[in-house]
Design a protein around this ligand. Structure first.
Ligand SMILES: Cc1cc2nc3c(=O)[nH]c(=O)nc-3n(C[C@H](O)[C@H](O)[C@H](O)COP(=O)(O)O)c2cc1C
Length: 168
């Protein structure tokens, strides 16, 4: 029976994991059965009655894994309520232009599956942990580093989404 909720994520440096775990934690408070899992570990969707899928933004785009996952499973995902979230640094700026850009990272997946809601959350960037290439990129674009995640905002969004996807 499809009675569980899936929170699926991709990550390169781990900050999106905590965002996904926070969403899962908030959903569980309402006695909902939730699985929080990396998107590339999910092979069978049949036990899920709703899904929340998220990715960090890199160079304006979602990571490829969740996009491929949604493309492959679009038929099933169109039959259940789905929400998407993106984690990125420019979201922290909070101005309409940066939010619009962050939203655009989801354009492709939104064409495949229409979400009941979308979340945009500031992320974390710590240059010490980055690959050589990523460090060079952020140096070039002079990105600011730090942890800008606001887990209270994530919880508030998760609550609002729960009311849409799994009303009490
Ligand atoms: C090379 C590189 C490119 C990035 N590009 C963007 C971007 O286009 N927009 C954005 O909002 N954040 C961008 N970020 C910031 C990441 O989205 C942010 O650090 C996020 O929290 C990373 O998530 P993760 O730790 O789960 O991989 C970029 C970070 C790096 C290292």
């Amino acid at each position: 029976m499809a009675d569980r909720i899936l929170v699926a994520y991709a990550t390169r440096y781990g900050s999106t994991v905590e965002v996904a775990e926070t969403i899962g934690d908030e959903l569980r408070k309402a006695s909902v059965a939730v699985d929080v899992r990396p998107v590339n570990e999910i092979t069978d969707l049949s036990s899920y009655r709703a899904a929340i899928i998220g990715s960090p933004i890199y160079m304006g785009k979602w990571l490829p894994e969740p996009q491929v996952f949604i493309e492959r499973n679009q038929q099933y995902l169109r039959t259940i309520p789905v929400a998407f979230f993106a984690v990125g640094l420019t979201i922290e700026e909070g101005n309409p232009e940066s939010l619009k850009k962050a939203e655009m990272s989801m354009d492709q997946v939104r064409m495949l599956v229409k979400p009941v809601d979308i979340g945009l959350f500031p992320g974390r960037l710590e240059s010490g942990h980055l690959s050589f290439t990523d460090r060079a990129i952020i140096k070039m674009i002079r990105a600011k580093t730090g942890d800008f995640r606001n887990l209270e905002a994530v919880r508030a969004w998760a609550q609002a989404v729960r009311e849409k996807i799994a009303p009490a």
